[in-house]
Write a protein that binds this ligand. Structure first.
Ligand SMILES: Nc1nc2c([nH]c(=O)n2[C@H]2C[C@H](O)[C@@H](COP(=O)(O)OP(=O)(O)OP(=O)(O)O)O2)c(=O)[nH]1
Length: 104
């Protein structure tokens, strides 16, 4: 399944700092972390994940894989065409509704 790039928050980090660090580590890009999309809590078999997603602006670099097997850049209308991790589905819905509101 597909996920947004990111990872776990380390002690002393804000969620925004953690995301910025993870994007340097995983994709070799520097971003400005913007508005929160949504926070969701999802119970997988292995445990409970609290997932917060943010809008970001790419400031520096091209996404380059260091740990993952694939990366995709998608237009908002293409988001539903991928199979997302279950915890991500509310974020996909929120992004689509945010963009519908902007273009209405
Ligand atoms: N990064 C990310 N993780 C997600 C998403 N959706 C989702 O359910 N998860 C889950 C998968 C993992 O159980 C957890 C995040 O773990 P991770 O493996 O990305 O974290 P990390 O980079 O800090 O990895 P590690 O150091 O623990 O190996 O959240 C998502 O969109 N992005």
């Amino acid at each position: 399944m597909w996920e947004f790039p990111g990872g776990k928050i380390e002690p002393g980090e804000t969620p925004e700092e953690a995301l910025r660090r993870e994007l340097v580590e995983e994709l070799l890009i520097d971003v400005e972390v913007g508005k929160k999309v949504v926070t969701t809590v999802y119970e997988y078999d292995f445990g409970v994940v609290t997932l917060t997603t943010f809008y970001c602006r790419l400031d520096e670099g091209e996404p380059t894989l260091t740990e993952h097997v694939a990366v995709r850049w998608l237009a908002v209308e293409e988001l539903p065409s991928l199979e997302w991790a279950p915890a991500d589905v509310p974020a996909i819905d929120k992004i689509r509704s945010d963009f519908r509101a902007v273009h209405a």
